[in-house]
Design a protein around this ligand. Structure first.
Ligand code: PBG
Length: 334
């Protein structure tokens, strides 16, 4: 008589028994071409200064950026996102409209050194205004939405003329995509795509970025234009509107706190979807790793694959280079 104890009807562990078996049934993988490397441009020559709250992230002059992008390209990275730190700031952020400004200089230097790399230009005023808000202020001290739209159109034209390959507005102004599309088309740049920071939350995870880009608001916060982290449906409205206005790609930001939003956008829309693993996400992993509290490379790999699993096509991450190296070394598939 066969006296067997009741067996589990299903044994999912069968397919977890070896590295080869796990690789065979793995649902998601990353490729360096899907990672976007954010870069901080400053003026000058030979400048490369580490951001204190972001180990491994630097503010670099155009010549150093050019070499940096060449090294990144050797790792398989094919696109970068540029932020600029101007020499001077004023109330309106006029240096953002300088055709010889820091981002136009960086765009040119990178084009020369690594012509194949896609240069995405972040479009916002917070790095350029003396008050650190994302556009000019009205009499009450609020960002003036419609005045900002006109300026964003001008900034987009400047960056387009400087050779940007993608324009990525990040200021969460209503109507920004339509205004930028109109300006670009009017200037003969109808083929230049827009990656909209469509669902961008008013997040405390941006803290280290504001050190890096010197863009913290000098008063108040960004909750009157960026989204409330308590809201999910509103993100879908933001995305739908940006697509209606002509966005070619949309972004959800931050990434790990917004996996549900990434998934919801993925299910509703068929456009390319980016997720931004922001500065705080990066720095928390780096800091806990430095304390010996977590295995930082493993936590980074797990975070990136979770963002992919949620539905992002591309990930903007400060870990683009280390992750690309690990992808090449097969560590994501170990
Ligand atoms: C500019 C901008 C910010 C980030 C990207 N573009 C800062 C902000 O909105 O305060 C944050 C990126 C990061 O934290 O890595 N508006």
């Amino acid at each position: 008589m066969n006296e067997r104890t009741p067996e589990p009807a299903h044994r999912l562990r069968r397919l977890r028994s070896s590295a080869g078996m796990r690789a065979l049934v793995r649902e998601h993988r990353l490729h360096p071409a899907e990672l976007v490397l954010p870069l901080f441009a400053v003026t000058g020559r030979g400048v490369c200064r580490e951001v204190s709250s972001m180990p491994g992230v630097f503010r670099e002059s155009p010549d150093m950026l050019a070499e940096h992008v060449q090294r990144a390209a050797e790792l398989g990275i094919r696109s970068v996102m540029l932020f600029g730190l101007p020499d001077g700031k004023d109330h309106e952020g006029r240096s953002a409209l300088d055709p010889a400004g820091v981002v136009p200089q960086a765009l040119a230097a990178i084009k020369k050194a690594a012509p194949e790399v896609v240069r995405i230009a972040d479009l916002c005023f917070c790095e350029y205004t003396s008050h650190g808000h994302c556009g000019p202020l009205d009499a009450a001290g609020h960002v003036d939405n419609d005045a900002t739209l006109a300026l964003l159109g001008q900034q987009a034209e400047v960056l387009a003329a400087a050779g940007a390959d993608v324009i990525a507005p990040s200021g969460m102004m209503d109507g920004m995509v339509a205004a930028i599309r109109r300006a670009l088309d009017g200037g003969g740049h109808e083929m230049l795509p827009i990656l909209s920071y469509a669902a961008k939350y008013a997040s405390a995870f941006y803290g280290p970025f504001r050190d890096a880009a010197d863009s913290a608001p000098t008063f108040g916060d960004r909750r009157a234009y960026q989204m409330d982290p308590a809201n999910g449906r509103e993100a879908l409205r933001e995305v739908a509107l940006d697509l209606e206005e002509g966005a070619d790609m949309v972004m959800v930001k931050p990434a790990l706190p917004c996996l549900d939003i990434i998934r919801a956008v993925r299910e509703r829309h068929d456009v390319p979807l980016a997720a931004y693993q922001v500065s705080g996400e990066y720095s928390m992993i780096a800091a806990a790793g430095a304390c010996g509290w977590i295995d930082a490379p493993r936590v980074m790999r797990e975070s990136l694959i979770a963002i992919r699993r949620a539905g992002a096509d591309m990930i903007i991450t400060y870990a683009a280079e280390s992750a690309s190296r690990e992808i090449r070394e097969g560590r994501f598939d170990a």
